[in-house]
Write a protein that binds this ligand. Structure first.
Ligand SMILES: Cc1ncc(COP(=O)(O)O)c(C=O)c1O
Length: 374
């Protein structure tokens, strides 16, 4: 099977050595495995830039959505729970789907998909209605690439509703985009193994304020997604409650070593930003237009409008790129036809330059002259 280069929001490419780290079978009670889980949990708290006195990391088996669902099901009070969701894209809307399934009271405050969450409107809502117990927002809305102002929102939440839990979905941003946990007043944040930290898919994690987490004991409506029980068992025995993602954990340990070798989060951010600069400049030189204007500074993923040319057909464009082992992604915004190119995972500036060369060849093969006409 040929290796493909993934320029997607996930699953993302990972290094060969990270994949090779999985070639060992370990039992869930193996001391080596227990030690691995412990070190991963404490390393994630360190990467969050917070003290282990105040925060803890709870890994959850499954993809990123499992950790999101675990936070919601575990942290919304059983009685009088009321959640404010700030939504400007598909992942914010998914919060709504989860809350509907949980049958809790919630309101979705919707913003334009190509704009950041408007902090002024959030303030109006927080001050205008009483009883919010939880506020949730997506940091990097991967459907568009917009980075939301989680710091301003968090400070507002704590000013207007000091007892509410503030939850940030930093799935595609944690480990690359700067997040000041303390200044942003984050109580719960989730991400997953196969995003900016470049492990293989298979588990996600929540970084939780300990006092908030312990205050939620007994609230979960789910057995397997109960964050408090998961945390208690990990603390008491070092083990997961149910079959652990042993191979994924071993890969993640290797991925964290490789993050360190790269120079930590700041160097990874530099690489991703450089990937983003190359792809944006190159695509713009070809005449493609980005969905977001220059006021946005996200670098995780970029949405490009479909070119206005009769020969352009996304499926054909995608398939031809795929035949060259280059995997891009369809758009996920509702009102505009877009496709997306991701800059994260085990991809480097040389890969972005090669992708541009492939885009040029594919456009030529499709009879779409570059640069595109206005
Ligand atoms: C911001 C955000 N939230 C949630 C998810 C869902 O994660 P998963 O598909 O791993 O369940 C993603 C996936 O890319 C994401 O980018």
């Amino acid at each position: 099977m040929r290796e493909k280069k993934l320029f997607t929001p996930g699953p993302l490419g990972v290094s060969l050595s990270t994949k090779q780290a999985m070639l060992v079978d370990l039992g869930s009670r193996d001391l080596e495995f227990i030690q691995t889980v412990k070190s991963i949990r404490s390393r994630l708290v360190e990467l969050a830039g917070v003290s282990s006195d105040d925060y803890t990391c709870v890994p959850v088996q499954g993809s990123g959505t499992f950790a999101i669902e675990a936070v919601f099901t575990s942290t919304i009070p059983r009685t009088n729970g009321k959640v404010l969701v700030l939504e400007n894209g598909a992942y914010g809307r998914r919060f709504g789907q989860i809350l509907k399934v949980l049958g809790v009271d919630f309101k979705i405050l919707t913003f334009l998909e190509n704009e950041k969450v408007d902090v002024g409107l959030v303030e109006e809502t927080l001050r205008g209605t009483q009883g919010w117990t939880n506020v949730a927002v997506v940091h990097c809305e991967t459907s568009s690439g917009v980075i939301n102002p989680i710091g301003e929102i968090g400070r507002l939440v704590k000013e207007c509703v000091p007892d509410a839990s503030y939850f940030v979905d930093a799935m595609s941003s944690f480990g690359a985009v700067d997040i000041d946990f303390t200044a942003s007043k984050i109580d719960f944040l989730v991400s997953s193994a196969n995003k900016c930290l470049e492990g293989v898919p298979g588990f996600s994690y929540a970084i939780c304020r300990k006092d908030k987490l312990t205050g939620c004991k007994g609230w979960s409506r789910s057995l397997s997604l109960d964050l408090v029980s998961q945390w208690e068992t990990l603390e008491q025995t070092g083990q997961f409650r149910f079959t652990p993602p042993t191979h994924c954990m071993l890969a993640f340990k290797q991925a964290l070593t490789e993050l360190e070798e790269e120079g930590g989060i700041s160097e990874r951010r530099k690489r991703y930003k450089e990937n983003n600069r190359i792809i944006c400049e190159g695509m713009k030189a070809f005449g493609f237009k980005t969905l977001l204007d220059d006021t946005h500074d996200g670098f995780i993923i970029t949405s490009f409008h479909y070119p206005q040319h009769d020969n352009f057909n996304f499926k054909d464009f995608y398939t031809r790129l795929q035949e060259k082992d280059q995997v891009i992604y369809p758009g996920k915004v509702t009102k505009t036809d877009c496709f997306r190119i991701g800059n994260i995972g085990h991809v480097f500036p040389r890969d972005m330059r090669y992708l541009l060369q492939c885009v040029q060849e594919v456009c030529s093969d499709m009879g779409i002259p570059l640069p595109l006409k206005e």
